[in-house]
Design a protein around this ligand. Structure first.
Ligand code: G
Ligand code: G
Ligand code: NA
Ligand code: MN
Length: 256
C-alpha cells in the first residue's frame, strides 16, 4: 500500500526517475522520439510502477509537484541531449500530463518558464493527455491547448479508444497525434474485431491529418499489419521497453 508520506519523502529524497521508451518510425525503424515514463525507485521495495502510485498522487494533489518535477527533469534531459548532439531537430520528447496538473491556472506559465530556463524549443516537447482532461471543462481545455500549441508544443491523445466519447473530442481539440491503446494492438493478429478497429482508427486519423502511434507492439507480425494499415510510429517491447537515461542514450548513439 502506497502512503502519501512515502511519496513526499520520495520527492524530497530524489527517489523518482524518468525512464524513456523510444518511438519508432514504422517504415524505417528509426527512433523519432521518446516517451518519458515515471519510475519510483524505493530504497527497500525496489522499483514501484506508476499504476500503483499515480492514483495516490492524483487524489492527494501531489501530482502537481511531481508533474512539475517530470517537466523539469524532461527539459534537463533535452538540454543534455542537445548538448551531446543526440537529439535531432524536429523530434519530440513526450511527457504524460495528468488532468489535475493540466487544469491548474499556472500550468501554461510554469511550462513556458521551464522551457525558457533550459533553453528548450517548445517544438521538442509533446504532451500526452487523456480524455479526462476535457471532462466537464472542454472550453477551458481547448484554450489551454491552443495557447501551448501556439508556442509549438504538440498534443497526443493517449489510450485512444478506451474512453467514452473519443470521436466527438477529435473534432474540437488541437491534438496532432492519436495513440492507439495497447489493448487493441495486443490481439491484432488473432482477433478480427481488434484488427478492424485498429485499421479504422488509422484510416480516420490519417483522413483528419493526424499522426498515429501504436502502443504495446511486441511482435514483428503486429508491426507488419500496422505497416499495411499506414500507421506512422510505434512503441513497444519489439523495439524497447522504457529504459534508463544512460541506456536510452546508447539507443540514440546506435541509431545515429
Ligand atoms: O510505464 P508504465 O507502467 O510505465 O506506466 C503506467 C501508467 O502510468 C501509464 O498510464 C502512464 O501514462 C502513467 N504515467 C507514467 N509516467 C507518468 C507521468 O510522468 N505522469 C503521469 N501523469 N502519468 C504517468
Ligand atoms: O498509459 P500509457 O499509454 O502512457 O502507458 C504505457 C504503458 O505501457 C506503460 O506502462 C509502459 O511501460 C507499457 N508498455 C510499453 N510498451 C509495452 C509493450 O510492448 N507491451 C506491454 N504490455 N506494455 C507496454
Ligand atoms: Na502515455
Ligand atoms: Mn497509452
Amino acid at each position: 500500500l502506497v502512503m502519501e508520506g512515502d511519496l513526499h519523502r520520495a520527492l524530497d529524497e530524489y527517489q523518482f526517475k524518468l525512464h524513456y521508451q523510444p518511438k519508432i518510425d514504422v517504415m524505417t525503424g528509426f527512433v523519432v522520439g521518446a516517451e518519458a515514463l515515471l519510475r519510483w525507485e524505493h530504497p527497500t521495495k525496489g522499483t514501484i510502477s506508476p499504476i500503483d502510485f499515480i492514483p495516490v498522487l492524483e487524489t492527494s494533489g501531489m501530482i502537481i509537484d511531481v508533474g512539475q518535477w517530470v517537466l523539469e527533469e524532461s527539459c534537463k534531459t533535452l538540454e543534455r541531449w542537445n548538448e551531446m548532439g543526440l537529439w535531432r531537430e524536429g523530434t519530440r520528447l513526450s511527457i504524460n500530463i495528468s488532468p489535475r496538473q493540466f487544469r491548474r491556472n499556472a500550468f501554461v506559465d510554469d511550462v513556458v518558464q521551464t522551457l525558457n530556463k533550459h533553453k528548450i524549443p517548445a517544438n521538442s516537447l509533446d504532451m500526452e493527455i487523456t480524455e479526462g482532461i476535457v471532462i466537464q471543462r472542454v472550453d477551458e481545455a481547448i484554450t489551454t491547448m491552443t495557447v501551448l500549441s501556439e508556442y509549438g508544443i504538440s498534443f497526443s491523445l493517449d489510450d485512444f479508444g478506451t474512453g467514452y466519447s473519443s470521436i466527438s473530442y477529435l473534432k474540437r481539440l488541437p491534438v496532432s497525434t492519436l495513440k492507439i491503446d495497447k489493448g487493441f494492438v495486443r490481439d491484432i493478429i488473432d482477433d478480427r474485431n481488434d484488427r478492424v478497429l485498429v485499421e479504422t482508427i488509422i484510416t480516420m486519423g490519417r483522413l483528419l491529418d493526424m499522426e498515429l502511434v501504436a502502443e504495446g507492439v511486441e511482435q514483428t507480425d503486429q508491426l507488419k499489419i500496422l505497416q499495411q494499415f499506414g500507421c506512422h510510429y510505434y512503441q513497444g517491447y519489439l523495439s524497447s521497453p522504457a529504459v534508463s537515461i544512460e541506456n536510452f542514450e546508447e539507443i540514440l548513439m546506435a541509431d545515429a
